[in-house]
Design a protein around this ligand. Structure first.
Ligand code: ZN
Length: 190
């Protein structure tokens, strides 16, 4: 496995079009290695999510450290014991449906926009349909923080950054100032 270079804002890859992963591509060693590298890179930088375009790969694919079955998900979570680090979600060709009514505001950060944090409105709940890394269809629901991460990563597949989603730039804050003036809790980068 390798740690890959994360593209920073300004690199055209973050705004480029992505293509769907072909079903036959998923089981190839190259694709499986890409997934492993994405997970390792996300962990190395202590991110909570990472999308392929952030690693200069124009595919509709992202990983999220929310555990199989998704955050707040009651279905298909077979791990009941407290695993120290659950296997991250791998979502291929995801389709996202926003639900839950009015958007809620909370802080976000992005591995491609290091050391900045800002308040972003997001749908409180999402339903996701995708393929997992074995090519199986998966469906999951998430709410709260999990829903936020899934929306942030999905946006990367369409070349959208969290700054584009901010309704006001007034809250845009460097990490140091966030910790000094705003920081109740750590806002992970995605
Ligand atoms: Zn991001």
């Amino acid at each position: 496995m390798s740690i890959l270079k994360v593209a920073r804002m300004g690199h055209p890859t973050l705004r480029a079009r992505t293509r769907a992963v072909e079903p036959g591509e998923i089981r190839s060693p190259e694709f499986q290695k890409l997934v492993d590298d994405m997970i390792e890179t996300m962990r190395e930088y202590q991110g909570v999510g990472l999308a392929a375009p952030q690693l200069h790969v124009g595919l509709r694919l992202y990983v999220a450290a929310l555990g199989a079955g998704g955050h707040d998900d009651e279905e298909e979570d077979e791990r009941h014991e407290e695993a120290p680090e659950p296997e991250p979600l791998v979502l291929i060709n995801p389709e996202l449906r926003l639900s839950g009514g009015a958007k809620v505001e909370d802080w976000e950060g992005c591995l491609s926009i290091p050391d900045l944090r800002g308040i972003v409105p997001r749908a409180p709940e999402v339903e996701v349909r995708a393929f997992d890394r074995d090519g199986r269809r998966i469906e999951l629901r998430a709410s709260g923080f999990g829903a936020r991460v899934l929306q942030h990563e999905y946006d990367h597949l369409d070349g959208v950054l969290f700054l584009d989603r901010m309704t006001s730039l007034e809250s845009l804050t460097f990490l140091e100032e966030y910790a000094r003036f705003w920081g109740k809790e750590r806002v992970p980068e995605e």
